[in-house]
Design a protein around this ligand. Structure first.
Ligand SMILES: [Zn+2]
Length: 651
């Protein structure tokens, strides 16, 4: 399962996509809207130094995370301002209109920033009702205000001030989207609210415990884990029943969510939510039919490649038990950043100097990992719920890929585009480029194991991306009445069509409900497949010419989603993964990369007499280690199992 989830707050945007940026700086302007006498305590902002890839006029607030206070806006003052702003259409000058636009742009960024800060503390304290309630409220108010703002801007664009505002926005697409905006009806507002509530119900249930009657007694995971009298078989039987119960409860929420989203899509003249999300939420320049073609190529070339990589990936005790604190993980990655490219250092320093991350374990944290933009402060925040193994270091690299792009973006909420297909190249591309330094990051001698694991998770991402996309397409286009059984059957069939080999009633079939994206960010998952393929292409390029591959990657980090995925690939000189033969080429390149690596390490062993001696000694020691390892591995597995049961993600 993929856990890293790149989220941005796009509530306010409604149908508006596409960009052109006005420089947003939190200033006295937005203090007008902030509740009470709160004043924004900003340090002197810093401006970027500029480099080969990034501009020197980026704004960064130079503010520590610990100094970021959550102060929601004064809603009455905001409502009154929007009313006043409307009068400017009749009474104001072009200049007044432009000032008003900039003020609204700043306000929306501020609201998003406060919402994100509240989400972070809520995700760290998932049982805190006050934070949950505030998040619900912020979301509801933002949806409502967003609607009023978009109507206002549309009406300005239909007034004599249209030319002035168009020139100021300076982007035909955003102007067009604003002109096409239709008022949100009461039904649409009610649907948006219901959706938020369903997602919160889902998150709570996923984090909490589940209970059910078994032989006249009430059992929960907590009771199960504390009952020492159960035999191994009894334990597994009970755990299976509870797991299915969890599936039933979460899938029931999902059925309501699908109904809600399909209705929202219908109201906006889309056939179903899958089509809507592709076009409007993620701004994709490929459609369901293109995705079908991709599935076919993935089945043909990536499924067998993945099988081979998984078979050849050996369990590595050191990696699987590499459980480091957040600070230690940061310290492992730190020396490598500038080696990839010196221009990455500025964002890294800003991240670590200002403590913009929460990546340590805590029983009250929501599972998952993400990077969220803090628009008003010109930075972002990294959140992670660690697995407690080597993957947590990998997550730091992955999320930093998102962080770096966000840090250098000059978008505001209104102008930003949520393009996951491009965004996940920033993260996964960096993971692959860091393989070169795996020994340094993870420990001596671990490079090959890390390479197999990372490439295996890339091929896995591609397959999972297709499975969850195909599954959701089926769900959103299903003609009959959805049931829990039907959903589980659809998932089972879809997964097996991509080589999963699940037994019809095995617990694997019920696990799809724990993939949070399906509920929180529907239709996101294909973005992992498309981006992983593009990232693998960069890796293939790096074998021939590392400098060119790094240049291509750095160039990509300056694309913030305004261009479509395919257009972006074309711009930076990567092949279109939807074209004939490209997925096949990528699969060949990956296989060659692995083989090349193994050959190189095998050859160097033979060439080096010291190593040959070492190998002989190692063989003798290995026999002793195997016994210890077998025992430790069993303990590890038990510990993992126990933890998984607590997380209700057992299989
Ligand atoms: Zn990501």
């Amino acid at each position: 399962m993929k856990k890293s989830n790149y989220r941005t707050d796009n509530k306010i945007k409604g149908n508006v996509n596409k960009i052109k940026k006005t420089n947003t700086v939190v200033s006295v302007i937005s203090a007008l809207f902030i509740l009470g006498s709160a004043v924004l305590s900003l340090a002197q902002p810093v401006y970027a130094q500029g480099s080969d890839y990034y501009d020197d006029d980026e704004y960064h607030a130079d503010l520590d995370y610990s100094d970021m206070e959550i102060q929601w806006i004064d809603e009455d003052a905001t409502d009154a301002y929007i009313e006043e702003a409307r009068k400017l259409i009749e009474t104001g000058t072009d200049e007044d209109i432009i000032k008003m636009y900039d003020k609204i742009d700043t306000l929306v960024d501020y609201m998003s920033t406060m919402h994100v800060l509240n989400e972070i503390r809520y995700n760290c304290n998932i049982n805190n009702e006050e934070y949950a309630e505030l998040s619900r409220h912020m979301s509801e108010y933002t949806t409502d205000l967003g609607d009023r703002i978009l109507i206002l801007l549309r009406d300005v664009l239909n007034s004599p001030h249209a030319d002035a505002l168009k020139a100021h926005i300076n982007d035909d697409e955003i102007v067009e989207s604003l002109l096409e905006y239709e008022d949100m009806t009461d039904e649409e507002k009610a649907l948006a609210k219901e959706r938020d509530e369903l997602v919160q119900d889902y998150e709570k249930l996923l984090m909490g415990d589940v209970s059910t009657e078994i032989d006249g007694e009430t059992w929960s995971f907590e009771r199960l884990n504390n009952d020492e009298d159960l035999s191994y078989e009894e334990y597994y039987e009970m755990a299976g029943i509870l797991y299915k119960e969890l599936n039933t409860q979460l899938a029931t929420i999902y059925i309501d969510l699908v109904k809600n989203l399909n209705r929202q899509a219908e109201l906006m003249d889309y056939d179903n939510y899958a089509v809507y999300a592709y076009e409007e939420t993620f701004g994709r320049d490929y459609d369901a039919e293109d995705a079908e073609g991709l599935y076919e190529n993935v089945r043909k070339y990536i499924v067998p490649l993945d099988k081979k990589i998984q078979e050849d990936t050996k369990y590595n005790f050191k990696l699987e038990t590499l459980n480091l604190s957040g600070e230690e993980r940061i310290a492992r990655v730190a020396p490598v950043i500038s080696k990839i490219h010196p221009d990455l250092q500025e964002a890294w320093d800003y991240l670590t100097d200002h403590g913009l991350y929460d990546i340590d374990s805590s029983p009250t944290k929501l599972q998952g990992g993400y990077t969220m933009a803090l628009y008003s402060y010109g930075s972002a925040f990294i959140y992670d719920y660690p697995y407690e193994n080597w993957r947590d270091i990998e997550t730091v690299i992955h999320e930093f890929g998102h962080y770096n792009e966000t840090f250098h973006s000059k978008d505001s909420v209104i102008t930003s585009v949520h393009n996951v297909d491009v965004a996940e190249i920033h993260s996964q591309g960096l993971e692959l480029l860091c393989l070169e330094y795996a020994d340094e990051i993870y420990g001596d001698g671990l490079k090959e194991a890390v390479t197999y694991n990372v490439l295996g998770s890339m091929t896995n991402s591609i397959i999972d991306g297709c499975i969850y996309d195909a599954f959701q397409h089926k769900v959103y286009t299903y003609e009959g009445e959805l049931t829990v059984e039907e959903l589980n059957r659809m998932f089972y069939e879809t997964a097996n069509s991509f080589g999963a080999e699940y037994e019809p009633d095995s617990l694997d079939v019920y696990g799809w409900v724990t993939v949070t994206h399906t509920f929180e960010q529907p239709m996101y998952y294909i973005g992992y497949a498309t981006s992983a393929l593009a990232a693998l292409d960069i890796l293939a390029m790096s074998v021939e010419n590392r400098e060119a591959a790094i240049d291509c990657y750095m160039h990509l980090t300056t694309y913030h989603g305004q261009l479509g995925f395919r257009e972006t690939l074309d711009d930076v000189g990567l092949p279109d993964i939807f074209d004939d033969g490209v997925v096949e080429d990528i699969s060949i390149a990956v296989e060659e990369y692995i083989n090349g690596k193994s050959k190189i390490s095998a050859l160097s062993v033979l060439k080096d007499p010291v190593l040959i001696v070492s190998v002989i000694i190692i063989i003798a020691v290995v026999i002793a280690i195997i016994c210890i390892r077998a025992k430790a591995r069993k303990e590890m597995k038990n510990r993992q199992l126990q933890q998984d049961q607590q997380n209700q993600q057992m299989y």
